[in-house]
Ligand binder design. Structure first.
Ligand code: ADP
Length: 190
């Protein structure tokens, strides 16, 4: 199995690049953001609670997203591998993911971290907000909040994977196709 984490701040292009990696390596895409938005669209209790936090730029509680990931992971026993997008977002989530993958004897191969300048992130999210319909993409203050939550709670995970020699920084500036080939070359060299 080829298990990859696609990591980076909000607006770094994880969803866009995940599409290319899925295509090239036949992976299953597990995006906690997408899973949460499905819950919101279905108007479940979980979705309603998550929306309140997401609209403020806050993280959803660890146990909620860990449970979602466990369920989706178990639903694909035939998979060639998984691409985790938007997860893990805290060190507690990273540890829970390691436990899950150890139980299934299929560890993370690499954590691919897209590096993008802050102003570019804001510009990309505002541009996406024109068509995404996402309420958290509309307001600069919420976007700033998401970036600051990323820097405080999520970026420290880099050290967690660095200690396992699995952290691969990738230049996330430039054309979509250029970034896709940087990612693909890195994965091929693993
Ligand atoms: P982005 O990477 O652009 O912020 P996502 O779709 O990954 O977009 O996430 C949107 C929101 O969903 C986050 O701001 C957060 O509130 C919530 N969320 C997604 N994944 C997680 C997670 N692993 N842990 C906690 N909250 C999450």
């Amino acid at each position: 199995m080829l298990n990859l984490i696609l990591f980076g701040p909000p607006g770094a292009g994880k969803g866009t690049q995940a599409e290319f990696l899925i295509e090239s390596f036949g992976l299953i895409h597990l995006s906690t953001g997408d899973l949460l938005r499905q819950e919101i669209a279905a108007e479940t209790k979980l979705g309603k609670e998550a929306k309140q936090l997401m609209d403020k730029g806050e993280l959803v509680p660890d146990h909620v997203v860990i449970e979602m990931i466990k369920n989706k992971f178990a639903a694909h026993p035939e998979a060639n591998g998984f691409i985790f997008d938007g997860f893990p977002r805290t060190v507690a989530q990273a540890k829970a993911l390691d436990v899950l993958l150890e139980e299934n004897k299929t560890p993370i191969k690499a954590m691919l971290c897209l590096e993008v300048e802050k102003q570019e992130l804001i510009d990309r999210i505002l541009f996406r907000g024109k068509t995404s319909g996402r309420s958290d993409d509309q307001d600069v203050w919420i976007i700033e909040k998401r970036i600051s939550v990323y820097n405080k709670k999520t970026a420290p995970i880099k050290e967690y994977y660095e200690a396992q020699n699995k952290h691969y920084p990738i230049d996330g500036m430039g054309r979509v196709e250029e970034i896709a080939s940087r990612l693909e070359n890195t994965v091929r060299s693993l």
